[in-house]
Every structure is written in structure tokens, then in C-alpha cells.
Design a protein around this ligand. Structure first.
Ligand code: GLC
Length: 737
């Protein structure tokens, strides 16, 4: 008896120790969760543990902006959010209504047209870092941006979200943005792949174009995003290309994106962009997002189960009409993205609506604003010279971060142009609205109830009584006015602005026009205004940035990322027939082909109002002594173009030197010249710097449709060293062996 009690007592500490050890021993981490293992091994391991149903569940939405993870394995959901220039406010689970949270008022960064207009990849890096930190802080795994669709026509409602008309500029400017967003453990989602260059009929228009135009104009920025920035997700576009919807298009997704460019990330539809289960299964789509059963706007019970990549897809897999390898590839890509984002324990925690981010928004805005005219040096506006400064125009007070469609934002802060000018010039400012556009509305334009004549008359009076007038006009992200879901209906400024400007110019000759647009517009009054500034949708710090530039606190250094034609018919897409733009409602043929933007104006010798790459400064620069390091190059070499830039004025400023390449006696039609290098240099008054712009000979290639490959001919090329597409300073011949 006593022995048994003794043994029991002796056993107790052993049991206690064992129990403690067991309780405290780290649970063995599943292989796929152990970040010490290589990513691909973890993906394979997780996949091997998943059921067919779990794999299919990864491939479609579970709510407006999320798709499933694998709860049983502790693999989190994928949360996505718009947009390219700021993190959209929270949207409800299964409606487009805002969730009305009180902690999701973000930093509104300038729209990407402004970022492109800085021509400064370093700006793109600090921008991507900041917007990535905000997406991270809001716990989003995917930021649905940047957009890089080429600016083909000034009528496209969404050009403001993109990076202009030139594939080389867009390529250089999109890479740092993506790299820096993704350092936050947030996937960028480059969009809309591809050929979504208008909003009219965007859901189905079947775009046809040559392989050369596709390769040389419309794909390069996406290729750079994938092959250089290693973007983790790509959004398919709504439209069709050669008869297949781009969200499940064999050529674009399987052949080019995943095979040729070796994309290892996730293809996500635009919302409602899937239309067919077998195509969605076999043509490279990975996650179907949308708003109803087939991704359309209907929301019915268990809608998400009826998505093309939901139960219908599971049925095909069970029937064996689609091999399991297909869903394994999709699931692997989605797991890879989840491991890179939500399951990356090393990712930073981000930050949101911070003073630092406001500074980034202001810096990008100040560097992206373009000074287009300044006769008589009316600018910079020296406050001491004026008693009364009139600010006229509804865009001086309008909240521009709202509207525009899916990229609209609820900013923590938005300094209007008027506010910024009042801060700078105080009580000298008198404001009058001048014109009225009506309330923001998506999908339709609601006219203002105000009497246009009285609003205009009041403004003309204020203008007549002032020493100088700052007219703040443009478009305003209302429907048909730089907004998703519709194109512009006129190349002219809307809401009677031209008439208002004409009347102001009759009573005051000192007029500065500040245009807030994402597109080129007609300017019938251009010869009569003294100064013109192209200010983009600038976001939270808009007013401060505009005031900084107009006052000379900041010397403008932006240059246009797209051409401003004098009239619409000077633009390439509007030089043919309806089929060329906007199409016949079924199909559209890009008859302008590779001659888009300045390529068109150069080749057809049509003088633009303002050229691609054009922008003035408050100081002056000279470029001199250009030379190439050699005269003849092999096809795998890089031309080094050296030259000196001097700031010959009295103010510090920045110049953007541009290099365009011309092929002499090309065997195929080629644009007169194409941008293949640029560099922005900041110089103090009087300072000079010798710069080198590298131009890769391989970038001088064209797409050879006979061999379906890039080709650099041997022979003579010319490097055009310029300060805009309309101002070539030097031409330097080089030979390619
Ligand atoms: C919209 C837009 C796309 C956006 C998505 C989610 O239709 O085309 O850019 O990211 O749907 O809002």
C-alpha cells in the first residue's frame, strides 16, 4: 500500500514536468507556414493539403472586395482595395455603399497623370512607398492600381488615372511605384490589361489592332510592370481583344503574360469582367471578382457560388472536362500572393493619413504641375505687386478627390485651390464661382440649378475690379468629365467656361489660367491669356501645391505626359472613322496603329498646341556639347549620350532632357522619333552639370510581324536630344552593326 502511494508521489513531478513541456512546446508549425522554407515549397505543401472545393473557393469573390483563403489551414482571405492614387474608403460586404467607417479617411495622392508629369522615377518610388503604407495600414493585400493604359484619345474618361501617351515614359514611371508598394507586403495590381483605352462600351468592345501596335505601344508598360517590377497581380480589362474578353484571353494571359513574360502572380478580373466558365478556366484567369452571379450588378442570394469560377468551375473539374492541374495552377498563384502579403510576418505595419504622406502628396503635386505659358512673366505672382487678386472658377473650391469612379477617395484632408491661395495671399483674394457644374453623380450628369448668367456676371464684375485674375477651371470628374464609365462628349471645356473666360479677358488682361484636368482640352482663348498652368487632380495638398507654384515658392518642373492637340481632329484616334474611335459598339479598329500621340503629330506634321514632354520653368536652361561615347554599336550595347545642362537664369529649377530615337531608311513604317531615354536634373542658378543618358540599342527595336519578335536593323539611327517632342536641340547619328 505504502509503496503504491510512494510510487504515485514520485510519479507526480514527472507528470508535471512532462505536462509543462508538452504545454509549452511550440506547436509544430505546418510546413507551409514556416517562412524559413522556400516560397515554392510552402505553396506546394499547402496545395497538397487542400480539397478540390477549397482550391475552387480561392478563385472567386466572397464579397465585393475580398476572396476566400483556406480557413481550415489558417490561410487568410485576400482583401483588395482601390485605387491607384489612394486607398478607397471601406465598402460594405455585398453592396457598393460605403461602410461609413470613421477611421478610413486617407491621404489623397495626385492622380497618376501628375506623377507621370514629374518625369522623375524617384518621385514614383516615394509615391509607391507612401500609398503602399496606407494600403498596408488598412490591411489590404491587394492595391488595385497602378493603371497604365495608353492615352490614345483625349476623350477617354479615365486618362487621369494613367501615365500618358508614351510607352517608354509609362514603363519607367510605373516600375518604382510597384516595387515600393510591394515592399509593404501589399500586392500592386497593374491594370487594365489590356487595350482599355476608352470607357464607352468598355464592357465588351472588341479591340482589333496590329501586333506591332500591341507590342510597341499598348503592352510595354505592362511588360515592365511584370518583368522589371515583378508585380504580384494583374487586372484583366473589361473589353475584348480579337474576340475574347481580356479577363480570360488566351493570347494576352496564357501566351504573353504567363508564358512569354513568365508572370508568377495572380490575374484578377475587373469587376464583372468574366463571362464564360471554360474560358475563365483555361485562358489564364485566377480570381473572378464582381458584384453578382455572373459578376454583373445583380446581387442575388448565394451569388458568389454562381460565379463562373465557383460551382460551374467545380462541376467541370468533377466531370473531368477541366484537368485538376488547371485549378492547381490558379490556387498556387493565389497562395503565392497570400504568402507574399497577408502571411508575410516580416511586412511593416504601414501608416495612414500621416503628415509625412501629406508631404509626399504635396511634393509630387508640386513637381508634376506643368507651366505651359508665361508671357510677360506674369508668374510668379509677387503678392507685393497686387492689391486685389480675383480667383474665379468652381474648380477653385470643388472637392476633386471625390468622383471619377472607382478611384474616388474620402480624404482626411483636401486643400482646395482657393484655400491654398488664401493661405498664400490672404485677404487680397476675392473669389467668384464663375460657372456651375452640378453635383457629383456617377453614371449621369446632373445640371446645376444655379442661373449660369448671373453666376457669370458676378464673376466678371469681381474680375474687372481685380489687378490680376487666377481662373481655376477644367474638368471635374463628374460623369463625362474625366470619370470612369463614360467618355467626354466634347473636346472643349464644359459649363460655359470658354464664354466666361472670354468675358473676363474683356475686363482684365492679366489672366492666369489654372486647368485642373486629366486630359487635354481645346483652348480657343490661349492667345489672350498671359499664363497657363496645367494642374492635375492633385489630391490632399492641391491648393498648397498650386499656390507654391503660382507664387514662385516652387519653380515648376513638370512636363506633359501627353500631347495637347489644337483640335480633336488633329488627334490620331479621331483622324479616321467611327470604327477607329469609339468603334461601332461591337468592334473597334485602332487604325492609327503605332502612330499614337506625338508619333502621329510628328509623322503627319501636325503642329500641336503643346507638345508631349513640354513644360516651362521660371528659369532658363541651355544644353550643350552633346556626344556619344562611340559611333558604332553592337545590338546588345548601350549608347551613352553625354551632354551639359546649365541653369542660365536666376532661380534654382529642374530641366528634363529627353532622347528620342529615329531610324533612318527603316524597311518598315516607323514613327519619326520615339522616346527612349530621359533624365531630370535639378540645378541652382548658374550651375551646370554634365549628364549621361543611356539608350539601349535593343530599345531601338520594332516588332517584326514576320518573325513575331523584336528586331533591331543594322544601319543608321539618330539620337534626338530634346527638351520636348517639339523641341529637338541636337541630332547625333549612330551606326548599329
Ligand atoms: C472598376 C474599375 C477597376 C476597379 C474595380 C473595383 O470597374 O474598372 O479599375 O479597380 O472595378 O472597383
Amino acid at each position: 500500500m505504502y509503496q503504491r502511494i510512494y510510487r504515485m508521489l514520485m510519479l507526480f513531478p514527472v507528470l508535471l514536468l512532462t505536462g509543462t513541456l508538452v504545454l509549452h512546446a511550440q506547436p509544430v508549425k505546418p510546413f507551409y507556414m514556416d517562412e524559413n522554407h522556400p516560397l515554392e515549397e510552402r505553396v506546394k505543401n499547402a496545395l497538397s493539403l487542400m480539397t478540390l472545393e477549397e482550391k475552387v473557393a480561392l478563385c472567386h469573390a466572397q464579397s465585393k472586395f475580398s476572396s476566400k483563403g483556406v480557413p481550415r489551414l489558417g490561410i487568410p482571405e485576400v482583401w483588395m482595395s482601390d485605387g491607384p492614387h489612394g486607398v478607397r474608403e471601406e465598402i460594405l460586404w455585398d453592396s457598393w455603399n460605403e461602410a461609413k467607417w470613421t477611421n478610413d479617411s486617407c491621404t489623397a495622392f495626385p492622380a497618376l497623370t501628375c506623377l507621370a508629369a514629374t518625369w522623375n522615377p524617384e518621385m514614383s518610388a516615394i509615391y509607391g512607398k507612401a500609398v503602399g503604407e496606407e494600403a498596408r495600414y488598412r490591411n489590404k493585400s491587394v492595391l488595385l492600381g497602378p493603371g497604365v493604359n495608353i492615352y490614345r484619345t483625349p476623350m477617354n474618361g479615365r486618362n487621369f488615372e494613367y501615365m500618358g501617351e508614351d510607352p517608354y515614359l509609362a514603363s519607367r514611371m510605373v516600375v518604382p511605384y510597384i516595387v515600393e508598394v510591394q515592399k509593404n507586403g501589399v500586392a500592386a495590381c497593374v491594370k487594365h490589361y489590356a487595350l482599355n483605352n476608352q470607357e464607352i462600351w468598355r464592357g465588351h468592345i472588341n479591340v482589333e489592332l496590329s501586333d506591332r501596335a500591341l507590342r510597341e505601344i499598348y503592352l510595354p508598360a505592362f511588360k515592365a510592370a511584370v518583368t522589371e517590377a515583378k508585380v504580384w497581380s494583374v487586372m484583366g480589362s473589361y473589353n475584348q481583344f480579337r474576340g475574347e474578353h481580356c479577363c480570360h484571353n488566351d493570347i494576352l494571359l496564357n501566351k504573353i503574360l504567363k508564358q512569354e513574360w513568365r508572370f508568377d502572380g495572380t490575374v484578377i478580373t475587373d469587376w464583372g469582367g468574366a463571362h464564360n466558365t471554360m474560358q475563365a478556366a483555361l485562358n489564364g484567369l485566377d480570381i473572378e471578382m464582381g458584384t453578382g452571379t455572373d459578376g454583373m450588378t445583380r446581387s442575388v442570394k448565394n451569388a458568389y457560388d454562381n460565379y463562373y469560377l465557383a460551382l460551374p468551375f467545380l462541376d467541370e473539374l468533377k466531370k473531368g472536362t477541366v484537368p485538376e492541374s488547371v485549378v492547381n495552377d490558379k490556387a498556387s498563384r493565389i497562395l503565392r500572393m497570400i504568402f507574399r502579403t497577408a502571411m508575410n510576418s516580416k511586412r511593416p505595419i504601414g501608416s495612414f493619413a500621416s503628415p509625412e504622406h501629406a508631404k509626399v502628396a504635396r511634393k509630387v503635386a508640386e513637381e508634376g504641375i506643368v507651366l505651359l505659358k508665361n508671357t510677360g512673366n506674369l508668374l510668379p505672382l509677387d503678392a507685393s505687386k497686387y492689391q486685389k487678386i480675383a480667383v474665379i472658377g468652381e474648380n477653385a473650391t470643388r472637392k476633386m478627390s471625390a468622383g471619377g469612379g472607382s478611384s474616388n477617395l474620402k480624404p482626411h484632408l483636401e486643400i482646395s485651390p482657393l484655400k491654398g491661395l488664401q493661405t498664400k495671399y490672404g485677404s487680397k483674394i476675392n473669389y467668384a464661382m464663375g460657372y456651375a457644374s452640378g453635383p457629383p453623380a456617377y453614371g449621369r450628369a446632373i445640371p446645376s440649378k444655379l442661373n449660369a448668367d448671373s453666376v457669370r456676371t458676378e464673376a466678371v464684375k469681381v474680375a474687372g475690379a481685380a489687378d490680376v485674375v487666377i481662373f481655376v477651371g477644367g474638368l471635374n470628374k463628374n460623369h463625362n468629365q474625366d470619370c470612369e464609365g463614360g467618355d467626354r462628349l466634347s473636346y472643349n471645356l464644359p459649363f460655359g467656361q470658354d464664354q466666361l473666360l472670354n468675358e473676363i479677358l474683356k475686363v482684365n488682361k492679366n489672366v492666369v489660367v489654372v486647368l485642373i484636368t486629366g486630359n487635354a482640352v481645346a483652348m480657343p482663348w490661349i492667345d489672350r491669356v498671359q499664363a497657363l498652368v496645367q494642374a492635375w487632380y492633385l489630391g490632399s495638398e492641391a491648393g498648397n501645391a498650386i499656390a507654391s507654384v503660382l507664387s514662385g515658392d516652387v519653380n515648376p518642373s513638370g512636363k506633359l505626359p501627353f500631347t495637347f492637340p489644337v483640335k480633336l481632329s488633329d488627334n490620331s484616334a479621331h483622324s479616321f472613322d467611327k470604327l477607329c474611335y469609339p468603334g461601332d459598339s461591337i468592334r473597334e479598329v485602332y487604325k492609327d496603329d503605332i502612330l499614337v500621340g506625338y508619333r502621329w503629330h510628328d509623322t503627319k506634321k501636325i503642329m500641336p498646341l503643346f507638345a508631349f514632354g513640354y513644360g516651362l520653368s521660371y528659369t532658363n536652361f541651355t544644353i550643350s556639347a552633346p556626344q556619344t561615347d562611340k559611333k558604332t554599336y553592337e545590338k546588345n550595347e548601350v549608347v551613352k549620350l553625354n551632354f551639359t545642362v546649365q541653369n542660365t537664369g536666376k532661380l534654382a529649377g529642374a530641366e528634363i532632357a529627353q532622347v528620342y530615337v529615329t531610324q533612318k531608311n527603316a524597311p518598315v513604317l516607323r514613327p519619326t522619333k520615339e522616346l527612349k531615354g530621359f533624365k531630370k536634373v535639378f540645378l541652382k542658378a548658374g550651375e551646370q552639370q554634365t549628364l549621361t543618358i543611356p539608350v539601349k540599342v535593343e530599345d531601338m527595336a520594332y516588332w517584326d510581324e514576320k518573325t513575331s519578335n523584336w528586331k533591331v536593323d543594322s544601319g543608321e539611327f539618330v539620337l534626338n536630344l530634346a527638351t520636348s517632342a517639339g523641341d529637338v536641340k541636337f541630332t547625333l547619328p549612330v551606326q548599329v552593326k
